[in-house]
Design a protein. Structure first.
Length: 485
């Protein structure tokens, strides 16, 4: 410093020091700053130390440190050779690596004053050459200050005209002085006034910053005007988001949950998609009734004539006849044709077939018997016993299977109805669709870094062998166990 400000008379009387620091959390420890002023021989003339304690800020936040140090007595720049700032810090957790307190944006300013007598002899009456400097200064300001000033007489003549050219019409430049007088009062007095254009621009700009693009604040004023006319003109407008939301809500109330009629619009949308969304939907009762019919038709198409795949009942004709060795005989007085209506009972064709077969057997058992010769009758009876027993046992097994399948179908139908009811109840909960749309965004968590640098971590070979041997033994026991059963 002495080289730069040598012979300038500057004296140092203090300094200002500031910096940003982090001394908390993982960056916690001891942090200190030292300011040392030395002479040309390196001897410390002034030394100050500052300790920045830990915990002054929250974890991960930067704190601010500043101080102003005034010296009791100013030190001449010829004596102060240099000023040094030293920062020391240490991690209090004894971690390996670059941890501990952090420091940035260090600012250091020297406070000094100049030797006023060297820069200005008029600073004090005690300064050498004060009187001479004072006289020269006053004469330069005004030649009429003293008769000893050069040009005192001419100065007095020109004094009045120089002070005010309007003092007398004989003063040089009287006309111009008058114009300048008016122009100085108001540059808009005449277009010939100096600064007329600038004054006109300033006047109009003060009235409205939109007068010209050259006006200060023109861009901001134009932006404000445009935003006031239409908040959607720029995303930077203060009410842009509200205006955009209002615009989109007018187009569709379903644009955002913040729309004033979002709940009603969402309800109407869901009801339009499915009246079963809520019991308050128009047509809910009719839709629910149609759903019940559709579910019944899906389970059993024969449950209603309106079901798709419904088969109308057909009539079958059975003829009572007795077979003989010679020809067929029709019993007298017996009807030849009998109408039997057999509708589908369940959705399982096998079950329906068994039930219908039972009906036909009952009908055949009611037919009148025809007397046959004894020889034919005995042979037929033995044959009928054998075949009838087999058919009876087969029919019994078939009926049992049909009943089992009917019960299973009924249980499936009951479970389906319960599941449909539960899903319908969930869909009726307001805001359930918002629950389905919730997403949890993935964010960075732990910092990926190597803690044990240049260290090879080996596994315990002995423990690994014990673990593997135990797993192999248990696996072998499990395999062998399945052959013992």
């Amino acid at each position: 410093m002495s080289t730069v400000f040598e012979n300038t008379g500057i004296r140092v009387y203090g300094y200002e020091l500031s910096a940003h620091f982090m001394n908390s959390g993982y960056s916690r420890g001891t942090l200190g700053l030292t300011v040392t002023g030395r002479d040309a021989a390196g001897f410390p003339l002034q030394k100050d130390s500052y300790n920045i304690p830990s915990g002054n800020t929250a974890n991960g936040e930067w704190g601010y440190f500043s101080t102003t140090r005034p010296y009791n007595s100013p030190i001449g720049i010829n004596f102060m050779q240099s000023m040094t700032i030293t920062a020391t810090g240490k991690d209090d957790r004894y971690w390996a690596g670059y941890y501990g307190p952090q420091l940035r944006d260090v600012s250091f300013r020297i406070r000094y004053v100049a030797d006023e007598c060297k820069t200005n002899p008029l600073y004090s009456l005690s300064c050498p050459g004060y009187e001479e400097a004072y006289l020269i200064t006053q004469c330069n300001i005004n030649s009429l200050y003293s008769p000893s000033c050069a040009g005192y007489q001419q100065a007095y003549t020109n004094q009045q005209c120089s002070i005010n050219p309007l003092y007398s019409p004989t003063c040089p430049g009287y006309q111009n002085a008058y114009l300048n007088q008016q122009c100085s009062i108001n540059p808009l007095y005449n277009t010939a006034c100096t600064g007329y254009a600038e004054a006109l621009l300033a006047q109009q700009c003060s009235i409205s910053s939109l007068y010209s693009p050259s006006c200060p604040g023109y861009a901001q004023a134009l932006f404000t005007k445009t935003c006031n006319e239409n908040q959607l003109s720029s995303p930077k407008c203060p009410l842009y988001e509200a205006a955009y939301l209002d615009q989109q809500c007018k187009v569709s109330q379903l644009f955002s949950t913040a729309c004033p009629l979002y709940q009603k619009a969402f309800f109407d949308q869901q009801c339009a998609m499915s009246p079963l969304y809520n019991t308050a939907c128009p047509g809910y009762a009719e839709a629910f009734r149609s759903k019940q019919i559709a579910d019944a038709c899906l389970t059993n198409p024969q449950s209603s004539p309106t079901c798709k795949g419904y088969v109308a009942p057909q009539q079958s004709v059975s003829t009572a006849a007795v077979t003989t060795t010679m020809s067929s005989v029709i019993l007298p007085g017996q009807d030849a044709i009998k109408s039997i209506t057999q509708p589908q009972v369940t959705s399982d064709p096998i079950v329906n077939q068994v039930i219908q077969a039972d009906g036909v057997k009952q009908e055949q058992s009611q037919q009148p018997q025809v007397q046959q010769p004894s020889s034919q009758r005995s042979g037929q009876q033995s044959t009928q016993r054998t075949s009838g027993g087999q058919e009876q046992r087969a029919s019994s097994r078939t009926v049992q299977d049909a009943r089992s399948r009917t019960q299973q179908a009924a249980r499936r139908d009951a479970q389906q109805v319960q599941q449909d009811t539960a899903i319908s109840s969930m869909a009726e909960v307001p805001g359930f669709s918002n629950y389905e749309q919730v997403k949890l965004p993935d964010v960075p968590f732990y910092k990926v870094e190597d803690i044990y640098k240049r260290v090879a971590i080996t596994d315990n070979a002995r423990a690994l062998r014990q673990l593997n041997q135990r797993s192999d033994r248990i696996h072998k026991e499990m395999v062998d166990e399945q052959y013992r059963k």
